[in-house]
Each structure stands twice: as C-alpha cells, then as structure tokens.
Design a protein around this ligand. Structure first.
Ligand code: ATP
Length: 434
C-alpha cells in the first residue's frame, strides 16, 4: 500500500497504464487515457466483475444500453430537477467550488468570502441532429442505473427471471463535476458497474446484507486492502430522497478517505416513477396457480454500485510496494494482472534458447496474455515485470533443451522452481481461476 499518489501517477505514465488525455495539445484538464497496460487491467477488472456477478449467478442478467436515452428518462428519475451540487465562487479569484467540499478558505488564493450557493446541474447536455433547440436536447447518462429500470419489462419478458433477480450493466457515465481531480478518482467521464436487484419489499434487509457481503468479497477478490476500507452508514438527512438505507464504502486513498463504492436500498421509487411518467405497466406479477392470478406489485430495489476507475486506483494503491529498496512491485492478483506471465530466453544470443523460448511463449499466448522479453539481463527483466505486476516469469535455459523444464519465478516471494513445460498451462490456469 502506498500513501503517495505521485508514485502511482508516475508509474502509470512511465509504464503505460494511464496518460494525461490529449497530451500533445497541452492536455484537457482532468481527462485521462488508459494505455496498453491500463486497458488490460481495466478490462480484467470488468471481466472479473461480470464473471462473479453475472455468469457466476443464476439470478442476474446483463444489459448494455444506449448511452444517450430519451430525455424523459431523466425527467422521471428526478435528475433534471435535482441532480445538482451547490456551486460557490470565491469573490476574490472567481475559482469555483462545491460548497459541501469547502474547507473554509479558497484553495487558490486563500480568500474567505464566497458567493451564495447556486444549484449546478451535473448532467452533460448535447443535441441530437443538426438543429440546436430545447426539443432535441439530450443528456449523456450520469449513471448506468436508469437503463435497468427502463428496460425492466423487456428483460422480464425475455429472460424468464422471477423475483428476486438483478440486472447488471457496465458502462460509461458522465458528470459535469464542479471540482474534478485527484488523478482518475473524480473525472467528468468515468465507468460504472451497477446492479439493480429487484426484490419483494419485506425482504429488503436480508438482501441488503447479502449485497454488503458480496461487495466486501469482491474487494477481497480483486486485491483492495480491506484494512483501508471503511463502511459508512449514511444518516437519513444525507441520503438521496428515495433511499431508506445507504452505506458508502470509503477507502484510504493517498489524498484522504473518500467514497469508493455505494450500496443503497432504493425502495420502489424508480419503477413507480417510470410507470407514472411512461404510462407503461412496470409491475411484476407473481406466478399464480391455476385458479388465481398472482399478486401484482412494484418490486423494491437494492443497488450495489462500483466505480471502475476508482476500483483501478484503489487496486493500484493497495498493490504498490516499494518497501524493498531494490525493486518496486505491483502485487496485483493474478486474476487481474495485465500479463499473467513473461517468458525469457536466458540469453538473447543463443538461437537455440530463443527458439525454445519462442515456442513456450507462442503456446501460452493461445490461452493467456503473456509478455516476451529478451533485453538486458534476467535481473533487469524481473525488475521490469515486477513493476507492472506480472505474477510469474518463465525462463528458458540450457537445461530446458535437455529435459523440457523451465524455471518459474514468483513475483511476491522471488523464489524459483523448475516445472515441466507441459505443466505451465495448468499452473497458470490454477492461479487465475476464481
Ligand atoms: P461522490 O460523492 O464521490 O461524488 P456519488 O455518491 O455521487 O460520488 P454515486 O452516484 O453513488 O457517486 O456513483 C456510484 C459510483 O460511481 C461511486 O461510488 C464512484 O465509484 C463512481 N463515481 C461517481 N462519480 C465519479 C466521478 N466523477 N469520477 C469517477 N468515479 C465516479
């Protein structure tokens, strides 16, 4: 675990995890691009999540909805009227801040006088089609959640799921944040992984508890240091108006303890509102027996929500270890590490070693994402792979040519063992299986 965000930002830039966006044009404030290793890590996080919460369960199905939805969705959900933060301006230097995040003085000039707070809507607007008018104003979705309510009936009709069941989605969301910052922690464009879990009202407490545990289990799986995770029970006056209970999972980021994930009991607020606004029946009907039709009701909803970018940042902070002065190690779980292994020929100038190593590399590549390195000496290659979190380094040496074995070195313990080439697949498979 590191308490230095500068070390994380610098490693991310140096090794191709995350770069400043539009850098050759001087950048665009608070926009970030994921590089070759960053996109692997991010995809692995998303795939692991999907595997655990969609493929791994019988009661959750996924969707991938359009990012721009009919604006009536955001009117019905309350976002047009209330998705806003209180904006204040320093009267001296005109810097703008969120009133609820002010610490007394202006961070730019130290001024202590601010304008009255104005509610600033966080949704990003654009226009569809060539005319720019209020009739064709649309919004980039500020959360993925609403599509699960809007598509509820279609999913119900096509998936044959019965209550309790959930709809999951991973995708981009946009918020015109007043104060983005802290690297990828708060940006105006980010990704979410969300589940709306539909239940019977009287079961909400047990389902809330179930998802609380699932979220903790996820953090453990993915390598977020639980010693630095705090569950905060949000008091009624701070909860969204529709929520009867909310827990925030906060993490000790290097820049302070901040929200990582949220878990909310949203009651039947959303389906009820969308039914009223759309005129479509969004109730669920219990399966009746032959003589009676079942009870009809709006399901209640438990909503666990995860930020992808904040996950990646918490994972990097948890995994970063430079306590050994001779190396920096990213102790990433093999399940999400960008490369599962790296393959080296002991020496570059021995064609028979290079050829044998290439064979191992090509064969592993059919199933795993693996790196090839033949530069410098083996020590430098280990150093380089440790820094990007590659859990295993496989070296082909002269003994390989005799007995078809290789050395495999463990990133965290730095110990090496010899194993048969024919066992490599199973070895790696067992390490990345969840
Ligand atoms: P915050 O209080 O930090 O603004 P929030 O309570 O508004 O967050 P939610 O609406 O609950 O956040 O969003 C769900 C999740 O999406 C958050 O827990 C977080 O992981 C992620 N998230 C929200 N806003 C951003 C952002 N601007 N940049 C990156 N991730 C975000």
């Amino acid at each position: 675990m590191t308490d230095s965000i500068d070390k994380i930002v610098s490693l991310c830039k140096r090794r191709g995890f995350v770069y400043p966006g539009s850098e050759i044009y001087g950048g665009l404030a608070n926009s970030w691009d994921y590089g070759p290793l960053g996109v692997e890590l991010k995809n692995n996080i998303k795939q692991l999540w999907w595997k655990k919460f969609v493929h791994g369960r019988d009661d959750v199905v996924g969707i991938d909805a359009a990012l721009i939805m009919n604006s009536k969705v955001w009117e019905a959900s309350g976002h047009v009227a209330t998705f806003s933060d209180p904006l204040v301006e320093c009267v001296k230097c005109h810097s703008r801040f969120r009133e609820d995040q002010l610490n007394g003085a202006c961070e730019q000039c130290g001024g202590k006088v601010f304008t009255e707070a104005k509610q600033f809507n966080l949704m990003l607007k654009t226009f569809l089609g060539p005319a720019e008018g209020s009739e064709n104003t649309v919004y980039f979705r500020p959360e993925t959640a609403q599509a699960m309510f809007v598509d509820f009936k279609n999913v119900l009709d096509t998936s044959r799921k019965t209550i309790p069941f959930g709809i999951a989605q991973i995708g981009k969301a946009f918020r015109n944040e007043i104060t983005p910052g802290n690297f990828i922690f708060r940006t105006r464009e980010f990704e979410q992984m969300e589940i709306e879990y539909f239940i019977k009202k009287d079961t909400w407490q047990e389902n809330f508890e179930h998802w609380r545990k699932e979220m903790l289990g996820w953090m453990e799986d993915v390598g977020i240091d639980l010693k630095h995770v705090h569950e905060i029970e949000i008091p009624a006056e701070d909860r969204a108006h529709y929520s009867k209970r909310t827990i925030d999972f906060e993490f000790d980021f290097p820049f302070g303890r901040k929200e990582l994930y949220g878990l909310a009991y949203r009651t039947d607020f959303d389906l009820k509102n969308h039914e009223n606004a759309s005129g479509q029946n969004l109730k669920y009907r219990e399966q009746g027996d032959n003589t009676s039709s079942g009870e009809e009701y709006w399901p209640h909803v438990i909503e666990p929500t995860w930020g992808v970018d904040r996950s990646l940042l918490a994972i990097l902070c948890s995994a970063y270890d430079d306590t050994d002065s001779s190396r920096t190690v990213l102790k990433l779980s093999p399940k999400i590490a960008p490369y599962k292994a790296a393959v080296f020929p002991l020496m570059k100038n021995k064609p028979e070693l290079v050829e044998a190593a290439k064979k191992v590399y090509t064969s592993l590549k059919k199933e795993f994402v693996v790196a090839w390195d033949d530069r410098g000496n083996v020590g430098k290659r280990y150093y380089s792979q440790d820094e990007i979190g590659t859990p295993y380094c496989i070296t082909v040496d002269f003994q390989t040519l005799e007995d078809e074995t290789v050395t495999i070195r463990d990133r965290d313990t730095t110990t090496q063992e010899r194993i048969k080439i024919s066992e490599l697949d199973n070895f790696l498979r067992s390490k990345i299986r969840s």
